[in-house]
Design a protein around this ligand. Structure first.
Ligand code: SAM
Length: 218
């Protein structure tokens, strides 16, 4: 795929319209909305599909994977309450779009992807766009223990359960956001680590994610 980086009035206008749509759908966090308004989502698409980039839909990015729907990205990010300087572990880099949103919010992002083709693409494209997370290739269902603890953990694929090994990588006071359920649909779950062995879990709305595949997953 050839990359083309042009952000003209058409894309900027479509991005503003997307932000308005997300507000109408209930996204309130000003930082999240500003980040969505800033990151050029069309850069993650082949030019042929730029007219799809600012619709509120998930879209195939190759290798059976998708760039998440903007509403889903905004919803998960809002739940994380990112503060500047937060150390965030993201499981499932995918296209890297969500990674850029986290970076725009001032997070220090550790992102892991299991598919080499996607990892190879994001490690080239994101730095070219000016975004510099810490990239990892491998099974993120076990987290990345060597860099723990994290202030926030975001899982962007559907898990059959909340992996214990990942929870232990949250600092006390930290939050994890993870879709949990069947292969067909998942509930968005937030877990707050309140003590050494204590966690508070809340189940929210239903979503459909591609499966989290790995040792502590499907
Ligand atoms: N948020 C991403 C974006 O904005 O493009 C979309 C992520 S996509 C819905 C889910 C990603 O999780 C896929 O790229 C998939 O390959 C990856 N994935 C699934 N299981 C994984 C695992 N165990 N470790 C790391 N990545 C995994």
């Amino acid at each position: 795929m050839a990359y083309k980086f042009i952000d003209n009035y058409r894309e900027r206008g479509a991005r503003k319209q997307l932000v308005e749509l997300l507000k109408r759908r209930g996204i309130e966090d000003k930082g999240v909305l500003a980040a969505i308004g800033k990151v050029p989502r069309h850069y993650f698409f082949d030019e042929t599909f730029w007219n799809q980039a600012y619709k509120d839909i998930a879209f195939p990015i190759g290798d059976g994977q998708t760039i998440s729907q903007p509403y889903t990205v905004a919803y998960q990010t809002e739940l994380l309450h990112i503060q500047r300087g937060d150390k965030v572990l993201e499981i499932g880099t995918g296209s890297g779009y969500q990674t850029c949103i986290l970076l725009e919010l001032g997070a220090n992002v550790y992102t892991i992807e299991r598919q080499a083709s996607l990892y190879n693409r994001t490690t080239r494209v994101l730095p070219y766009m000016g975004y510099k997370p810490n990239f990892f290739l491998g099974d993120g269902s076990k987290g990345i223990p060597e860099h723990a603890p994290y202030d926030k953990i975001l899982v962007t694929a559907g898990a059959p359960f909340v992996p214990d090994v990942m929870l232990k990588q949250l600092r006390i006071g930290g939050v994890m956001v993870i879709p949990v359920g069947s292969e067909k649909e998942q509930k968005m779950v937030t877990v707050l680590r309140v003590g050494e062995q204590e966690y508070e879990r809340i189940e929210l709305d239903t979503f459909r994610f591609v499966p989290l595949v790995g040792d502590q997953a499907w």
